[in-house]
Design a protein around this ligand. Structure first.
Ligand code: GLP
Length: 241
């Protein structure tokens, strides 16, 4: 595991964007695993800038998002579909058919998850998976106590996650309690992983994930067993390391 310690959020975002951009340039048919949340917003901004400068071509890039809230439709401004559209997809030349996000409104969860995995496999697997980390050590929406062997599945969100994510909703009661998420095994199958962490509130989770025992209690700790992980962390996020 490589840890890149960076001074601040802005520089961390640039570094992460740089890694994603290199992946796209070196392999124009790359399959990217994408994350949502506040941490990766700066990185998406940088990627959009590079696209606007003419440095990137997304026409053959395929993407798979980590997760989507269950029971929320694409048009809902809180959906991860909407987030991706607003913060990345509408600004770049990606082919719509190459974008994959779990359908939060599916009537057949099992089938939706199975098909999602099949699509990833058919595309040749994820070349580069981008991750943030939850305050409770979650990756994607794989909460403490998750099964390491799980593929894409329906998850019940942890109380801390519902509270943390309520900042994106009008009230805590509006936050969905379930989501469809890639499983830990899906994430571990990615060829390369980058994990971004910023701010004091992530310091404890990052410390446990990187230096603690490998345990489902800290889902991100499994990354210690992945052969190609780069953690990009700012000074506050690294304060416990
Ligand atoms: C969210 C997402 C994760 C994200 C994490 C951290 O709930 N499901 O993919 O990495 O929590 O989010 P943030 O970057 O907003 O702190």
């Amino acid at each position: 595991m490589k840890v890149i310690l960076i001074e601040d959020y802005q520089t961390m975002s640039k570094k992460a964007a740089n890694i994603v951009e290199s992946q796209i340039i070196l392999k124009p048919h790359s399959v990217l695993g994408l994350a949502t949340g506040e941490t990766v917003l700066g990185m998406y901004k940088e990627i959009v800038k590079s696209f606007e400068n003419g440095d990137l071509d997304f026409s053959d890039i395929k993407t798979f998002n980590l997760d989507e809230y269950y029971g929320i439709d694409k048009e809902n401004k809180r959906s991860y579909y909407y987030y991706m559209e607003e913060n990345l997809f509408k600004h770049i030349n990606i082919n719509n058919a190459n974008i994959h996000i779990p359908d939060g409104m599916t009537s057949d969860i099992e089938e939706e998850c199975k098909i999602y995995e099949e699509k990833i496999e058919r595309c040749g697997g994820i070349d580069l998976q981008i991750l943030g980390i939850g305050r409770n050590g979650h990756i994607g929406f794989n909460e403490p106590g998750c099964k390491f062997e799980a593929l894409t599945h329906l998850v019940h969100l942890d109380k801390t996650t519902i509270k943390d994510n309520s900042r994106f909703f009008n009230s805590i009661s509006e936050v969905p309690t379930k989501a469809i998420s890639m499983g830990i095994k899906t994430i571990m199958n990615a060829k390369k992983v980058i994990l971004l962490a910023s701010g004091q509130e992530k310091a404890e989770a990052l410390y446990k994930a990187l230096r603690g025992n490998i345990t489902p209690k800290v889902p991100a700790s499994i990354l210690q067993l992945h052969s190609d992980v780069t953690v990009i962390v700012d000074r506050d996020g690294a304060s416990r390391l």
